[in-house]
Write a protein that binds this ligand. Structure first.
Ligand code: PMP
Length: 458
């Protein structure tokens, strides 16, 4: 049972002492007291099914016993040291983590957050290639540090006067749902629609070529001498609302970038560690081996840690200065990281993501087929999005107050979903990978009920 300060007291402390820029969006934000696997408990002892995992971070389950034990053992021995000494854990972990990568992706730099990982990747790409310019896709999210804020292409997350890096270009997002080309069937997802799509891969995916042509134009018009340092892309856009790209686009884009002097950076902050089900890394689903991979969130199941993995050659480009990071890969982080990798393997969580995620997608597709306001369901594994629209034809987003009504009701019935997308109308479903089919059934029943109640009222 919860023994902390009262709800009212906490609300007052929050109002008086935390930055006012934090928003909850729930009318009455939850006061979370504890968590176990896919469940969260509030101060009153109510239980919630966590379908967002602290923003795609709790990968193997809240307070997973094996991860807890690894951390407990480590804190009894040593919390922290620096890389001027050697400590076994960071070496053991570096070997275990890099073993998960194809090709020559063998060198790891440990840092503390996704933003830091992408900061470092930007620096590496520029030093390695000698080029300045970087491409990202509109609607992407790569971080909030001044450097990575330049990569992020969502006005919500961009501040004026932040001093963002120059030479960053946001190219047209190859979004087959809201974009001008493509349809549901050109995405790599187990659910297809019976709605017509003129770009199945078999008949030649028109969407991929059209978006690719747009990318080529950027090289012609915006890049000095047509040269580029890097292109960054999430394997599936997370904050942007689980946006999947038409099959083949990422592969072609990576080839174009390399042909023009650049490296391809896969941001696996949300899609890594088995979440997409079919592969351990999201980029594998695009059939590429990136030059640099950044990861955070699920890597530590909630422990603040992150990493950049690249080839020894690219890593060497930092050689002209020292790489230094006080906490990166410290004994606690490394102990947690090792335990997370072990749990994913022992409990076959990648396979679970595939099986339970596919079941989830099919159940949500039934909602899409019964309700006009469910415009789209997409994703793979446990990286799922459900887009609410006010008009199926124009795909106009459902207004935020309406979306919040449905979202809030789900919470009141015991299920926590995430929300995102430029217009805030997309349910983001990315639970701890330990969920099972009965959790899915419960979550879909709750969502079904919340939508039908909303429609009855509006
Ligand atoms: N990349 C992606 C794809 C992300 O989703 C996020 C966080 N939402 C980041 C980078 C930045 O991570 P952090 O918040 O740990 O800096």
């Amino acid at each position: 049972t919860y023994k902390g300060p009262s709800y009212e007291n906490i609300t007052e402390l929050r109002r008086n002492h935390l930055t006012p820029n934090i928003q909850s969006y729930y009318k009455k934000p939850l006061l979370i007291s504890s968590g176990h696997m896919q469940w969260l408990y509030d101060h009153d002892g109510n239980r919630y099914l966590d379908m967002f995992g602290g923003i795609v971070t709790v990968s193997v389950g809240h307070c997973h016993p094996k991860v807890n034990k690894a951390l407990e053992q480590q804190i009894k021995t040593l919390w922290h040291t620096t890389n001027i000494y050697m400590h076994p854990k960071i070496h053991e972990y570096a070997q275990k983590l890099t073993a998960k990568f194809p090709g020559n992706l063998k060198a790891v730099c440990f840092v503390n957050s996704g933003s830091e990982a992408n900061d470092l990747a930007m620096l590496m790409a520029r030093l390695h290639t000698g080029n300045q310019d970087i491409l990202t896709l509109r609607n992407c999210y790569h971080g909030m540090s001044p450097y990575t804020m330049g990569l992020t292409a969502h006005s919500t997350w961009r501040f004026p006067l932040a001093g963002v890096s120059n030479g960053i270009h946001h190219v047209m997002n190859p979004d087959p749902y809201t974009g001008i080309w493509g349809g549901a069937n050109c995405r790599d997802s187990p659910i297809q629609t019976d709605r017509k799509c003129d770009c199945s891969v078999e008949t030649g995916c028109k969407a991929t070529d059209m978006y690719y042509n747009e990318l080529e134009q950027t090289f012609k018009y915006s890049l000095p001498r047509g040269k580029v340092a890097a292109m960054f892309a999430e394997s599936i856009q997370g904050v942007g609302g689980t946006v999947q790209f038409p099959k083949g686009y990422i592969k072609k884009a990576a080839e174009l970038v390399r042909a023009n002097g650049g490296v391809f950076v896969a941001d696996e902050v949300q899609t890594g560690f088995g979440r997409t089900g079919d592969h351990f890394w999201g980029f594998e689903g695009h059939g590429i081996v990136p030059d640099i991979v950044t990861m955070a969130k699920g890597i530590g199941n909630g422990f603040p840690m992150a990493a950049v993995v690249t080839t020894p050659e690219i890593a060497k480009s930092l050689g002209m200065a020292l790489h230094f990071n006080t906490y990166g890969g410290n004994p606690m982080a490394s102990a947690v990281g090792i335990a997370v990798l072990d749990v994913i393997e022992e409990e076959q969580l990648q396979k679970n993501s595939l099986e339970v995620g596919t079941y989830f997608l099919n159940k949500l597709a039934e909602l899409r087929d019964s309700y006009e306001i469910v415009g789209d369901v997409r994703g793979k594994g446990l990286m799922i999005g459900l887009e609410l629209v006010s008009d199926r034809k124009t795909k106009a987003p459902l207004g935020v107050p309406h979306v919040l009504e449905i979202w809030e009701q789900c919470k009141d019935m015991g299920v926590l979903f995430g929300r995102g997308g430029l217009n805030g109308n997309i349910f983001r479903i990315k639970p701890p990978m330990c969920i099972n089919k009965s959790d899915v059934k419960f979550a879909v029943d709750v969502l079904n009920r919340a939508i039908s109640d909303f429609l009855a009222k509006n």
